[in-house]
Design a protein around this ligand. Structure first.
Ligand code: G3P
Length: 217
């Protein structure tokens, strides 16, 4: 992974699902190739294979479960992410919170599969604890700002600076990031990457948004 990096979370947005997921992943790839910056699609499990057919840049899954091959109906097998082309995974997103025990087990499974891991935290304290579990990256996102119009860099800059102090891995930050200035501020505060969803996926012109955001890298 090259830092700074931009992670684009497709969530379960209509514009990030099925055929639209494939199109949006291609947009991420185009900008990534043109600018030589890391723009990483984070796609639903159900869309991993579809995305793997159309892009050649790294992309992540949104979840794994700490299970192996066997009787685990409905669970997301880490091996399946790899076999469907993902190079990494997000664990413990605010919208998919896991217990500390499950986070640790997911990290063990991810490591065995050579899946890069980004574990999310809601505040600097949790970020510090999670850092101790040894993920590849820690992401900090204040839940109350997710999906809104006020960015973490504007509303809670101290969260980023405190997390930078507590985390030993690259720190990614997100929530409410919409503009180039939000990205610039976050990087100035010490973040190594940005995690964005609505500001890109729901926008009228995702390509333009991505281009603007990475222009401050
Ligand atoms: O995973 C990133 C996400 O939670 C941030 O969402 O819509 O505030 O960019 P958004």
């Amino acid at each position: 992974m090259n830092y700074p990096a931009l992670f684009v979370n497709f969530k379960t947005y209509r514009k990030g699902t099925g055929e639209k997921a494939a199109e949006l992943a291609q947009v991420c790839e185009n900008v990534s190739r043109e600018t030589n910056e890391s723009v990483v699609p984070v796609v639903q499990t159900a869309d991993l294979y579809r995305v793997s057919r159309v892009v050649d840049v790294p992309f992540y899954g949104q979840r794994i479960d700490p299970v192996g091959y066997g009787s685990n109906t409905g669970k997301v097998l880490p091996e399946a992410l790899v076999q469907n082309g993902a190079s990494g995974v997000v664990i413990n997103h605010s919208e998919d919170r896991r217990s500390k025990d499950v986070i640790r087990k997911c990290l063990e499974r991810a490591e065995k599969q050579d899946l890069e891991s980004m574990v999310c935290a809601k505040d600097p304290e949790e970020a510090g604890k999670i850092s101790g579990f040894g993920p590849d990256m820690v992401a900090i996102e204040p839940p109350e700002l997710i999906g809104g119009d006020v960015s973490v860099s504007d509303a809670k800059p101290e969260l980023i600076t405190e997390a930078v102090e507590k985390v030993n891995q690259p720190l990614i930050c997100g929530a409410g990031i919409k503009k180039r200035e939000d990205v610039e501020k976050a990087l100035d505060l010490g973040a190594d990457g940005i995690f964005v969803a609505s500001g890109i996926v729901k926008s009228e012109d995702p390509e333009e948004r991505i281009r603007k955001m990475v222009s401050s890298f």
